[in-house]
Ligand binder design. Structure first.
Ligand code: FES
Length: 59
């Protein structure tokens, strides 16, 4: 997997975009990531992966 893999296929949001938003805005939850990037706001299927990214960055 590369940093630019799409995490959210519905809205075409990449891992890199999500990581950037989390770091820049200090996001803590999947809901906040959804508000900031729209990732996870359509089918919800990527929310688990967003949570894993949050866990990895905010531990
Ligand atoms: S893949 Fe992210 S909302 Fe559907």
């Amino acid at each position: 997997m590369t940093k630019d893999d799409l995490v959210c296929n519905c809205n075409e949001i990449s891992r890199a975009e999500i990581i950037k938003a989390i770091k820049e805005k200090g996001l803590k939850t999947v809901e906040e990531v959804g508000e900031a990037t729209t990732a996870g706001t359509v089918c919800g299927g990527c929310q688990e992966e967003i949570q894993e990214i949050l866990d990895a960055l905010n531990r």
